[in-house]
Design a protein around this ligand. Structure first.
Ligand code: BGC
Length: 744
């Protein structure tokens, strides 16, 4: 009896166990494998194919596809870019739901600095050195974009750029790998929020992999020729940081790196990214970059291009149609294995599952949510905060700024004064309406109180005519102060917007001269997407604010800074040359065998005989309305073991009249090293607010990570010896120095 009872119980429990196992939800990898098994080769190749929607092309749109919706219904498309809005994306997703396997489409979009509420261009935001604000800006962009039907942004752009001629400097975080890595992390975290699958998260994409920012001569799409050591030391770290922050995708780049186009670069995509770094997401090509390998002269046709790209680890083809037209033939010819195809498809499907699109392909398509989430007061306030945090006070002679509210009249002069939409900058989306953008004129009107505002344009941005000078001169003469809004057009930076001449365009500097000649105090605002050259202005205008392109809240943010309700604290994330002849110029260079000791030391030193060596404004430069004193540097010890750390402390005091923030910067120099190390490298910084008179102690910790570098075998090592330590307010304004030893 007992025996029978126990048998019944065994059967009972094993049934329960089976039911439990059976009822357990499948994991994403299991779901992906199950789906893969059902897919035909054509359907798999469809997943690797991305088409442009119907607007905003940044490259040639191929038109041979016929009706895109039909292609989607036939399962030939895995992703669409450049369509936004709940209504619009829904139409495409509905087509995907008519395909045999109903695999949802992935909607990608360049959400670079905001979606509807536009934030400052990324280079400007980088100047804030404020990681919390940068993360918040990406968070808000993601929240709005996700509400607008977008699943995936082609951002952050994490290319290091040492050449301001390159138009795409505006999209990145500047020249420094350390700052660039922290900003890459902040942006990925911001976009992806609490993780893919949340309704306010969009998938991020680290681009452009890689070294795109080192295009020879600063000309977009140009070749890159660089040592692998420089690649690892300078250009790869922000990508690694993005990966460590969990970025879902990578985009490769248009350039070749040392003779191999990035789209077919196995070393980059397979050896480094997927193998060494263990990246689990997928790689999308840049726009048409697979097909462009024919122009590079790397392959003879799209068939060879597809073969080279997929075998090198490029998973998705953006717009070149090389995959959709050739992969099946390549598989038949055994030039591409089904294993390779499966691997790419697996990576893409995994992301679609993670985003929750298989549970509900329309989960990002809620029209009510779209209305509710876009343009909230909170988003607008954050955009204003980010904008004022991005403004760099380059110069402020005799404390001309902030302006007093009791000034009788201000002359607003210059072509940027009344601009509206342009304030959004390049790579802004056409979402929201122009009235949400605040011009400088409107921002000043809001805050001017009893001050009379006068206006004269003076000239257009690229004018060669001085016809408006007279009126501008007269207007300035009637005012107590002139504020001049000058710069380059918003679309003079961005993709394919390289300039050989980065001076203030047209006759603008002549206009500044004319207004300075009035003898009135002149504040110059410089709108730009890159460092510009404005030597005369820098030497003669008493106050200069670099305002970049600040987004929807530009006018309010600039007025906040002009009137001092916000005290500027931004620091340049990129070196400003004196003139184009110095480019490339960056602070973390080697010392050379014949370093010039000063700017006038040109006697057989590494210098120009017709130009100073120092930049016009150095990396890390940026003033405040208050002053800061650095004092009392202490090192916890003078020698550290590899396994140990040194604590560095110093006092920072606000010695001026205004409350303000300072970005205290820590630089290190490896004094003797094989191979060489730069004269200075940013290794830490701290941004903090101090009330007038207030003093705080800042502590930095130096461990072996901060001393490590890549040797000529590309191994990350540390070498014992002496390290110089510099702490200051800018890379050329070092206030405290000491040194320590890394012991053997
Ligand atoms: C750019 C990418 C961008 C893509 C899609 C390309 O031309 O290089 O950065 O994400 O277009 O718009």
């Amino acid at each position: 009896m007992n025996h029978i009872k126990s048998k019944i119980l065994t059967v009972f429990f094993s049934c329960i166990a089976t039911i439990t196992i059976y009822a357990q939800p499948k994991s994403i990898p299991q779901k992906v494998e199950a789906l893969l098994k059902k897919m035909t080769l054509a359907e798999k190749i469809g997943q690797l194919n991305q088409y442009n929607g119907d607007w905003a092309a940044t490259g040639p749109v191929t038109t041979d596809v016929g009706n895109k919706l039909d292609a989607i219904k036939s399962g030939e498309v895995g992703s669409i870019l450049n369509i936004v809005g709940v209504q619009h994306t829904r139409v495409f997703q509905e087509a995907a739901m008519k395909s045999r396997l109903k695999i949802p489409l992935l909607f990608g979009q360049d959400v670079i600095h905001g979606y509807s509420v536009t934030f400052p261009i990324p280079l400007a935001e980088a100047a804030s050195w404020d990681l919390t604000a940068i993360e918040r800006s990406a968070r808000i962009a993601a929240t709005e974009a996700a509400a607008g039907g977008v699943h995936w942004t082609f951002a952050p752009m994490v290319d290091i750029a040492r050449d301001p001629r390159w138009g795409r400097v505006m999209e990145g975080a500047g020249e420094d790998p350390y700052l660039g890595s922290l900003i890459a992390t902040a942006r990925v975290k911001g976009f992806q929020g609490n993780g893919l699958g949340n309704l306010d998260a969009i998938m991020a994409c680290a681009k452009h992999f890689t070294a795109y920012g080192a295009a020879i001569g600063g000309r977009d799409y140009n070749s890159v020729d660089m040592s692998l050591r420089t690649l690892w030391e300078v250009y790869l770290p922000p990508f690694k940081a993005a990966l460590d922050a969990g970025v879902g995708t990578f985009m490769n780049s248009f350039n070749d790196l040392n003779g191999i186009p990035a789209s077919a670069n196995r070393y980059l995509q397979r050896d480094i990214l997927k193998d060494k770094w263990g990246f689990k997401g997928f790689v999308v090509s840049d726009w048409g970059s697979i097909g462009e390998m024919i122009n590079h002269g790397y392959v003879k046709d799209n068939y060879e291009a597809a073969e080279a790209a997929i075998n090198a680890g490029n998973d998705m083809d953006m717009e070149s149609r090389s995959y959709i037209n050739n992969l099946a033939k390549l598989v038949a010819a055994k030039k591409v294995s089904i294993k390779t195809i499966d691997e790419a498809v697996r990576r893409i499907l995994t992301k679609k599952y993670e985003l929750g699109l298989f549970n509900d392909p329309f989960r990002f398509s809620d029209a009510e949510r779209e209305k509710r989430i876009l343009n909230t007061d909170e988003h607008i306030a954050a955009a204003r905060d980010a904008a004022r945090k991005s403004i760099v006070l380059l110069k402020n002679d005799k404390q001309l700024l902030p302006l007093s509210k009791s000034i009788g009249s201000i002359a607003l002069i210059g072509p940027m004064t009344k601009l509206k939409k342009e304030n959004k900058g390049f790579w802004a989306l056409d979402v929201g309406d122009e009235n949400q953008v605040v011009s400088l004129y409107e921002g000043m009107q809001q805050q001017a109180g009893n001050t009379k505002l006068l206006y004269a344009k003076g000239c257009d941005i690229t004018d060669t005519s001085r016809a408006g000078f007279n009126e501008a001169y007269k207007t300035a003469m009637q005012a107590d102060v002139a504020v001049m809004a000058m710069g380059e057009r918003f679309d003079m930076t961005g993709e394919a917007k390289s300039r050989s001449n980065i001076h203030l365009p047209g006759v603008q500097e002549e206009l500044i001269k004319a207004i300075v000649a009035t003898g009135k105090p002149v504040v110059v605002l410089l709108y730009a997407g890159r460092p510009m050259v404005f030597d005369w202005t820098a030497d003669h205008a008493p106050a200069i604010l670099y305002t970049w392109w600040l987004g929807n809240q530009a006018g309010n943010a600039i007025a906040d800074v002009l009137y001092g309700s916000y005290n500027p604290a931004a620091k340049l994330p990129i070196t400003f040359p004196r003139t184009e002849g110095q480019i490339p110029i960056y602070y973390n260079h080697y010392n050379t065998g014949r370093p010039a000791k000063t700017d006038s030391d040109v006697n057989y030193t590494s210098a120009y005989i017709d130009l100073l060596n120092s930049p016009k404004f150095a990396f890390g430069h940026g003033l405040s309305y208050t002053t800061f004193k650095y004092d009392n540097l202490k090192l916890s010890k003078k020698s550290m073991l590899k396994s140990g750390a040194i604590t560095v402390s110093f006092d920072l005091q606000n010695t001026g009249k205004y409350a303000g923030e300072e970005v205290a910067q820590l630089y290190l120099r490896d004094m003797v090293s094989q191979p060489l190390r730069p004269v200075k490298e940013l290794k830490d910084f701290k941004k903090l607010m101090l009330q007038p008179g207030e003093k705080k102690t800042i502590i930095f910790t130096i461990n072996k990570d901060k001393l490590a570098f890549y040797n000529d075998q590309l191994q990350r090592i540390t070498q014992p010896g002496e390290f110089g330590l510099m702490i200051g307010s800018a890379s050329d304004d070092i206030r405290l120095q000491d040194s320590f030893e890394l012991a053997n």
